[in-house]
Design a protein around this ligand. Sequence first.
Ligand code: PLP
Length: 404
Amino acid sequence: MNYEKVFQDAVDKVKGEGRYRVFAHLERQAGNFPHATRHHPDGTTSDVVVWCSNDYLGQGQNQDVLAALSEAGARMGVGSGGTRNIAGTTYLHAELEKELADLHGKEAALLFTSGYVSNDAAISTIAQLMPDCIIVSDALNHASMIAGIRHSGCAKKIYRHNDMAHLEEILKSLPKAAPKLIAFESVYSMDGDISPMKQICDLADKYGAMTYLDEVHAVGLYGENGGGISEREGVADRITVIEGTLAKAFGLMGGYIAGSEAMVDAVRCAAPGFIFTTTLPPPLVAGAITSIRHVRATNELRVQHQERAQRLKDLLTAAGLPVMPSVTHIVPLMVGDAVRCKQATDMLLDEYGVYIQPINYPTVPVGTERLRITPSPFHDDDVMDELVTALKDVWMRLQLQNAA
Ligand SMILES: *Cc1c(COP(=O)(O)O)cnc(C)c1O
């Protein structure tokens, strides 16, 4: 067997489909978000404006967050030195979990090394704790939830995205006594739409199901205190498990679940993805506590964030560009073809200093390839005007489809 050839063929196949990914090597400029320096392979550099970061509020360079991180690092060192069970737990980990539980109005919370790990570990563990559990999952759920569902080994049913009639049809068809878990997201981050959370909770009540909500793209961004869409809609107390990340609006890294004391304790005792891996470094935990407190207390950030997103949507619409309908801070522009999507983003980066990653299969279905733009409160009118001019140029040069 020529192993190398198998690897090379796999890469060539991706290249042939026009979705081979090349990383841009960035140097973020703290204090100058969203500006960054791009390092080229030949050693030269150029300036770019980042339009695709999930550091939605620029918290990754908030001065207070940086100060908390440095202070904790100088005082406690960097690595945590172990898993949570063995030497890794600091008083800061406990404080952060308390803060997260409080953010969602829940009894308890549990930290993981990432949002991905939290979904994988929590969904698989919770479902395995229930004999013959059936997971009912939205068709567009994130890969990390799908991983958790697979690893649970439980039966699963998929309902059409946000289709409540279909969800009810499935719930109705399941054995009444069987434990059920409805898994869904609040903000779906590729289209920017929101799930009908109240209706899902009503159906969960009607059919005796638990609810598992991924709030990754909404924590810090929605609700008066940044508790997410479940806070905004007033349904947080009806959700069994709220899952979130520290890596998006909070600007750092790490994931978590929040819920009842017993549920969180059960996952803590059983989830391999929690037990068998080194926990987050104390400085990062200190930074996260500072970031969450700041974001919670500063509703102005959320207001500015929404204003900037709306402004960009308006500008793109006025320019005749194909903005996809989005009721959130996510601004997707349809291209509809993998090769041209990549061409467009290469051109934007190389010739206009505009950094947007192409979103291709398998992140979105083939034929719906797109640019996904994420304006922050720090993207001012000047960079927005430059962006729109660049996009208009590129759309014309590549003869891409305009708005219908
Ligand atoms: C980004 C993302 C995750 C994973 O979070 P990380 O902290 O980046 O691992 C989970 N769910 C959804 C919907 C996401 O978009």
